[in-house]
Design a protein around this ligand. Structure first.
Ligand SMILES: N[C@@H](CCC(=O)N[C@@H](CS)C(=O)NCC(=O)O)C(=O)O
Length: 239
């Protein structure tokens, strides 16, 4: 199995966590932005990562990959058999992949304007080293090579909504070890993956590992959420 990825993409992290939870080995293929995405288009018919290749099967989109892996490698199950619990898992997964993802990504973009190390996380690992150096050396206000960064930064009302939603997650994880039911599910993994943008996990490697966004990562109200995240990563052998 091959996973075509950007190392610091939360959607790629989600697929790596799914594979780890099922004990599946994978070869990671780092995609070069631009040229590599053209190759990815030839391979998968679209240019986004993650893309999973298993034999002759080529699958794009983390949710489609998750459903494929669940069918092809059903144990341990990440989707409950009970239809109500399953619906909760799938809805939470979709919320994590959309609203939570957009909030975390925008918060990261905003924090990156003031933090050159975080800025490197916005560039795929395979970006040419000259571009990486240029982006990390830029003064915060001059983010032109990152284009979307300026327009995509988090508005104050969005930051408050993200904060409120993260506090609701704290309520859920303080009521039980997992978001739905009493075992690990796709909902947990989708949320854990997006949280990696607010505080990078150990597997992000130096210099990002453990680095977090001011206002979220250092907020005492959210400490239980990052502890929960770290516990799940430890369960998967990824601490
Ligand atoms: N819905 C997709 C989202 C994937 C996605 O947004 N991938 C980003 C990286 S995090 C990407 O490939 N961006 C490059 C591009 O759009 O050109 C999924 O769940 O896999």
């Amino acid at each position: 199995m091959e996973l075509h990825q950007f190392r610091h993409s939360a959607f790629c992290e989600k697929v790596r966590l799914i594979l780890a939870s099922k004990g599946l080995e994978v070869t990671l293929v780092e995609v070069t932005p631009g040229l590599g995405q053209l190759e990815l288009f030839r391979l998968s018919g679209q240019r986004q990562v993650p893309v999973l290749v298993e034999g002759a099967t080529v699958i794009a989109d983390s949710t489609v990959i998750a459903l494929h892996l669940e069918e092809a490698h059903p144990t341990p199950a990440l989707l409950p058999a009970d239809p109500v619990a399953r619906a909760r898992v799938l809805l939470l997964e979709d919320w994590a992949d959309t609203a939570l993802s957009a909030g975390c990504r925008r918060a990261l973009l905003q924090a990156a304007t003031a933090d050159p190390v975080l800025r490197t996380a916005l560039l795929p690992e395979a970006a040419p080293s000259m571009l990486r150096q240029l982006v990390s050396a830029l003064p915060g206000g001059l983010m032109a090579p990152m284009g979307e960064a300026i327009t995509e930064a988090l508005a104050p009302c969005e930051a408050r909504q993200l904060q409120r939603n993260l506090e609701q997650l704290v309520v859920l994880i303080e009521a039980g070890a997992y978001l739905v039911g009493d075992r690990l599910s796709l909902a947990d993994l989708a949320v854990v993956a997006q949280l990696s943008l607010l505080r990078f996990p150990a597997t992000a490697g130096a210099p990002l590992a453990g680095r977090g966004l001011p206002g979220f990562s250092d907020n005492p109200l959210l400490a239980p959420l990052f502890q929960w995240r770290d516990r799940i990563l430890a369960e998967l052998g990824r601490a």
